[in-house]
Ligand binder design. Structure first.
Ligand code: IMP
Ligand code: MG
Length: 422
């Protein structure tokens, strides 16, 4: 393995953090290139559970270098909290974590604006994670954002921040929301900024130097293909390019430096927030929620659940150039007598095999199912492909075949050890 991109092939929460952690044993550098603290990557090592929002999941292995690239939007206060949380569990990111000087920052006013805009949308709300992601990327595109590099000059940064808080307070008022206390907001951001100074660097240069020394780089995609700002189910999407291309622009690594693209998909489908989801089915939701599963790692919200959707994952394979498919949460289906797979949609009585980009048409799509026999035996303690029940193997292989990918991993639980390599 050399340079590998890992992306979510569905609507996020595919188990990317866990697969990244597993793959990190074959990587030197793990990079986040888009998104922000809206991500929640859960990794279990031994008996300890870590939920990472901004720091790459590679941080949990002591010899791995981690990079937060230019495409990420960074909440400085949240990042300091995350660093301190790791330190408490005996992991010190100092010297191993590098933060791009060109990454934009998320400030408390971005979060307040996120909340205010969602409230104004009422029933048309997107269901954001309220982490200020959309407003921060909005400022970036609007060319009024502040980048991590600006904290290196504290005096000037304080002036820029003060002006920005004042401007955004006016915006908050116009949205009918409460403005933020200028002094206190300044203090909390500046305190975090001071702590982050040693982490800030030119990560594009760092990555290119590492790459020319044949270091192996692993890109940790956040969210999922259908939350992509361009290719997702707009407007029910996040504000970054979650697809493979976003890993290049978000890190400064050129596309021809990428050797492998791994797509991660659950053995079923989940989604948090609003927006169409053709294979949504209460049977799957009741099953998984009954097992205490499928609650959001960032917001604690109950995730919407449904059957595996071949149409979406096949489209994800096309958009990302997925070569390898990692199927996660196979064990979630262990008790079922039969397992349904959505193999196509019916739109106004006509069969379609791709997602219509018009959201209203997608909302009208009805899932066409194929039924597979279940395996009805626990898989969570199984560690080899051959030891999996025949029907589980057939099911996982069918998902790869139907989506035009090659099955590379099957995951049967959240722990590092519960990962089967094919
Ligand atoms: P935002 O990224 O907070 O603006 O949220 C936009 C949409 O993306 C909402 O539906 C969120 O629930 C969803 N979303 C954002 N990040 C994640 C994630 O990491 N996993 C799953 N859904 C996400
Ligand atoms: Mg998540």
């Amino acid at each position: 393995m050399s340079n590998t991109i890992l992306v979510g092939a569905q609507w996020g929460d595919e188990g990317k953090g866990k697969i990244i952690d597993f793959l990190t044993q074959q990587a030197d550098i793990v990079v986040r290139a888009q998104g922000g603290a809206n991500a929640g990557h859960t990794v279990i090592v031994g008996t300890t559970q870590y939920i990472l929002h901004l720091i790459p999941s590679g941080i949990l292995r002591k010899r791995t270098t981690c990079v937060i690239g230019n495409g990420v939007v960074i909440d400085p206060i949240g990042l300091v909290e995350e660093i301190d949380g790791l330190k408490k569990s005996g992991i010190d990111p100092a010297g191993r974590l590098h933060v791009s000087d060109a990454a934009h920052m998320v400030f408390p006013y971005h979060k307040a604006i996120d909340a205010a805009r969602e409230a104004l949308k009422g029933k048309d709300r997107i269901g954001t994670t309220m982490r200020g992601i959309g407003p921060a990327y909005g400022d970036k595109v609007d060319r009024v954002g502040l980048r991590m590099g600006s904290i290196l000059n504290v005096k000037r940064f304080a002036e820029q921040l003060q002006q920005a808080i004042k401007n955004n307070n006016a915006l908050l008022k116009s949205l009918g929301a409460t403005p933020l206390p200028v002094k206190r907001t300044m203090e909390s951001v500046l305190k975090a900024a001071r702590r982050l100074k040693p982490y800030v660097t030119n990560t594009v240069q760092l990555l290119h130097e590492a790459s020319s020394k044949k270091k192996r780089i692993l890109f940790e995609g956040a969210q999922g293909t259908f939350l992509d700002i361009d290719h997702g189910t707009y407007p029910y999407v996040t504000s970054s390019n979650t697809t493979a291309g976003g890993m290049c622009t978000g890190s400064g690594i050129a596309p021809n430096r990428i050797d492998r693209v791994i797509g991660v998909a659950k053995a079923y489908t989940t989604r948090v927030g609003e927006g169409p989801m053709p294979s949504e089915d209460r049977i799957v939701g009741d099953l998984l929620h009954g097992m205490g599963r499928e609650y959001g790692a960032t917001t604690g919200r109950e995730r919407r659940c449904g059957w595996f959707d071949v149409v979406t994952v096949r489209q994800a394979a096309m958009l990302n150039g997925i070569t390898d498919l990692a199927v996660t949460n196979l064990d979630g289906l262990d008790t079922l007598e039969s397992v349904k797979v959505c193999v196509g949609y019916l739109l106004n009585g006509k069969r379609v095999d791709h997602q219509p980009s018009d959201l209203r048409q997608l909302a009208k799509c009805r899932a066409v199912y194929e039924t597979f026999p279940g395996w009805q035996s626990p898989t969570d303690k199984i560690r080899t492909w051959k030891a999996l029940p025949l029907n589980a193997r057939r099911y996982a292989k069918a998902l790869a075949r139907l989506t035009g990918t090659k099955l590379s991993h099957a995951s049967v639980g959240p722990a590092r050890s519960q990962t089967i390599t094919l």
